[in-house]
Design a protein around this ligand. Structure first.
Ligand SMILES: C[S@@+](CC[C@H](N)C(=O)[O-])C[C@H]1O[C@@H](n2cnc3c(N)ncnc32)[C@H](O)[C@@H]1O
Length: 317
């Protein structure tokens, strides 16, 4: 990676001031950036106090190499680990309980804009979409999934109303040969959907495949459990999500861990296992202001939620 990559901001971090305010790093402490990307949020946390130490994770080896370069001036205050944040529990084994944990979900601009990664329907490239560069690619999913699996992926992860018709068109194309490029897939989808929506017709299908390939929602659920378990008392967790499926997982996990009891109202004591481990700090998610959206359109769909770990867990009442 050359110096130009360091000088040029490759990814504009979203809601940075709000993230720093919520995680309150100014007193120092041990923080985790579970999705370091190009290091924008990490840098803001490290600059808040010379007493901040940071564990920086990313499952994308390219992102981690870039972050390492961009955060080099913080020396041994930062440790970089290539890891899936779903494995946070294991990564924190033997380390002190973190005072703050951040996850900024989804893909970075570097990933989206690099045609060879296959994340974007706007650029022609191989249908890859693997953040960690290992495991099943999007082309593999399209080549091997059954009709039921494909329509479930498109409707569940893309909330795509034409999932069945798109699946049919993919199966038909499969009889002619493999679907291997982003352009090939976006053309198939466009033929089925036309341009009835404001967004590009392929948007939902690409989102769905990306979530499937990277098992994003499963990793997020595991992350949220581990993050709450590992946080220091009084420590804070902040999560930035970019679509409603992710945000729902975060919102539900926060509700459950803040002791929202699901027992029938007549029961005298809680038996559903709800625990009060968190206080939710954001009753509604924080959204970027118009001015941020204007200067960074990618921030448009961002929602930030945060919670604080309480000193001792209590059974819900
Ligand atoms: C939106 S970017 C983060 C940008 C970063 N906050 C910054 O300021 O540059 C999301 C990053 O999360 C990483 N990522 C996504 N899912 C992950 C997971 N399950 N485990 C670890 N990293 C993940 C992606 O590889 C990507 O680099």
């Amino acid at each position: 990676m050359g110096t130009s990559d360091v000088e040029r901001a490759p990814h504009t971090p979203v809601l940075v001031r709000e993230v720093v305010e919520l995680l309150a790093p100014e007193r120092g402490g041990f923080f985790v950036d579970a999705t370091v990307g190009a290091g924008g949020h990490a840098r803001a946390l490290l600059e808040a106090s010379s007493g901040v130490r940071l564990l920086a994770l990313d499952r994308d080896p390219d992102a981690l190499a870039l972050a390492r370069e961009r955060l080099a001036r913080f020396g041994d205050r930062v440790r970089f680990v290539a890891a899936n944040f779903g494995d946070l529990g294991g990564e924190l084994e033997g380390l002190p309980p973190p005072d703050g944990i951040l996850a900024d979900l989804g893909v970075s601009s570097m990933q989206l804009e690099e045609p060879s990664r296959g994340f974007s329907f706007r650029r022609d490239g191989p249908l890859d979409m693997r953040m960690s560069r290992s495991g099943r690619s999007a082309a593999d999913v399209l080549a091997t999934a059954s009709a039921d699996e494909l329509s479930r992926i498109f409707s569940e992860y893309g909330e795509e109303r034409m999932a069945v018709k798109i699946t049919r068109a993919i199966l038909e194309e499969r009889t002619r040969g493999p679907i291997t490029t982003t352009r090939q897939l976006s053309r198939i989808v466009a033929r089925v959907k036309g341009d009835r929506e404001k967004i590009d017709p392929a948007t939902r299908v690409f989102q769905a495949l990306r979530i499937e390939v990277n098992e994003e929602l499963q990793a997020l659920s595991r992350f949220l459990v581990a993050a709450v378990a590992k946080l220091n008392a009084g420590g804070r967790l902040a999560v930035l999500s970019y679509h409603s499926l992710e945000d729902r997982v975060v919102k539900d996990a926060f509700r459950k861990q803040s002791g929202v009891c699901l027992c029938p109202p007549k029961l005298p004591v809680c038996v559903c296992g709800a625990r009060r481990a968190l206080i939710v700090l954001t009753r509604r998610p924080i959204r970027p202001k118009e001015s941020e959206i204007r200067s960074n359109p990618r921030s448009r769909s961002a929602r930030l939620r945060a919670a604080e770990k309480i000193a001792s867990e209590r059974t819900a009442v």
